[in-house]
Design a protein around this ligand. Structure first.
Ligand SMILES: *Cc1c(COP(=O)(O)O)cnc(C)c1O
Length: 326
């Protein structure tokens, strides 16, 4: 493995000049190594941030001015809406739109999700890049294994690297991958000045994880497709959402009470939030998102366990009457 360098300073050279690294907030070797690996995967220049939400905040504040409006994917990650709402005192405005069609006129930034979490719609990238505003694709769920948005004309890719990229539920990280060199420099300057920068330890974990990304994501995608197919044939699953790629799916059961019974009745599948890890998770999204989602919506993130074992677990949970777990 590449070494983990936790230094915050590096000495100047013999002439008293700073070398490539001088102070950690401006850049550090382990973070730079992880950025190089991720940039190659997505076909651009990567910058790491302390979380996906931190990456969102840095990107929006560096690109936009007070009074500007973001066209935000409707039914996307609820936390992005909350992050952007926190910027309302700085007069950053948001309008939601259906990303399967063109973005509205009169906005200064277009924000898509590939696919959206938890509705699992795919964006119309062609319609979005025809819009004059810069386009950001939150590609957390697709990962660069399934989609490279920069190749479709997007200006920025954003990842919650906490999810598939780090992939083991042990690192909180975000990333922005830029297409354009000038945009990279601006975002890097903004990051250095505001200090919204990733630390070496999670960057090292990301570097480790990227080595198995393709294997993990392919397996998670196969398992998710298999679970979606079985759920579609199950009478208790009303709407099964799976876009045909990635490890995330969602479906509806009759009501909130049934959803609670199902999520607390699984044994192999863990009842927890988040996605993209090696462990399979299930949760009712109502607890976080309220009325934005149907009361019986359950989201499943496929891990690396045996697919038949996972289905057997889900099937017994769907048949459960709410008896306590043994
Ligand atoms: C989790 C998530 C985020 C936020 O990332 P954090 O690392 O939790 O800050 C952003 N977008 C999507 C699609 C996510 O799933």
């Amino acid at each position: 493995m590449e070494p983990l360098d936790r230094s915050t300073i590096w000495p100047y050279d013999e002439q008293g000049e700073p070398g490539e690294f001088s102070y950690q907030r401006f850049g550090s070797p382990t973070v730079a190594a992880a950025e190089a690996a991720l940039g190659e995967l997505d076909g651009g220049t990567a910058l790491l941030f302390p979380s996906g939400a931190g990456a969102t905040t840095a990107l929006v504040l560096s690109l936009l001015a007070p009074g500007d409006t973001i066209a935000l994917v409707g039914g996307g990650y609820y936390g992005t809406g909350l992050t952007l709402a926190a910027l309302a005192p700085w007069r950053i405005r948001v309008v939601e739109f259906d990303q399967t069609g063109p973005p509205p006129d009169g906005v200064q930034l277009v924000w898509l999700e590939a696919p959206s979490n938890p509705y699992l719609t795919m964006p119309d990238l062609e319609a979005a890049v025809a819009h004059p505003a810069p386009v950001v694709v939150d590609s957390t769920v697709a990962t660069p294994i399934n989609l490279r948005p920069l190749e479709h004309g997007a200006d920025f890719v954003l990842h919650s690297a906490t999810k598939y990229l780090a992939g083991h539920d042990d690192a909180l990280l975000g990333a922005v991958i830029c297409r354009d060199a000038a945009a990279t420099r601006e975002l890097l300057t903004f990051r250095s000045r505001t200090g919204i920068v990733a630390a070496p330890d999670p960057a090292w974990l990301l570097l480790r994880s990227l080595k198995t990304l393709e294997l993990r994501v392919r397996r998670q995608g196969e398992t998710a497709a298999f679970l979606a197919e079985r759920l579609r044939a199950h009478p208790a699953a009303e709407t099964v959402r799976y876009p045909g790629l990635g490890g995330l799916l969602s479906f509806d059961v009759a009501d909130a009470e049934t959803a609670r019974t199902v999520e607390t009745s699984t044994r192999a599948i863990v009842n927890a939030t988040s996605l993209g890890g090696v462990t399979t998770f299930i949760e009712s999204r109502r607890r976080w998102e309220g009325d934005r989602v149907p009361p019986g919506l359950l989201r499943v993130s496929a891990g690396l366990e045996d697919a038949e074992t996972l289905w057997a677990d889900l099937e017994q949970a769907l048949a459960s009457r709410g008896a306590p777990r043994d």
